[in-house]
Design a protein around this ligand. Structure first.
Ligand SMILES: [Zn+2]
Ligand SMILES: [Zn+2]
Length: 74
């Protein structure tokens, strides 16, 4: 988890990580696929665009930067 190196005295309770919202469908989802460039999409959008984004079922290609990202466990 990021931020664990911060002093525990300054734990920011009010900055609790909010659930991500998918920029494609606008829904708030419990999980988003994300690229290092900042592009995100939810599981439903990934499923919808699976054949566009993934050519082999192992990686998906970010439409923004063209980087390959792993599907499932790394
Ligand atoms: Zn979505
Ligand atoms: Zn990207």
């Amino acid at each position: 988890m990021p931020g664990s190196s911060d002093s525990p005295r300054y734990r920011r309770r009010h900055l609790r990580e909010r659930e991500p919202d998918c920029p494609l469908c606008g829904r708030r989802v419990p999980f988003c696929w994300s690229c290092r460039c900042g592009f995100r999409l939810c599981q439903a959008c990934m499923h919808e665009n699976f054949w566009t984004l993934s050519c082999n079922g192992i990686t998906w290609v970010c439409p923004d930067c063209g980087q390959q990202n792993g599907l499932g466990n790394q």
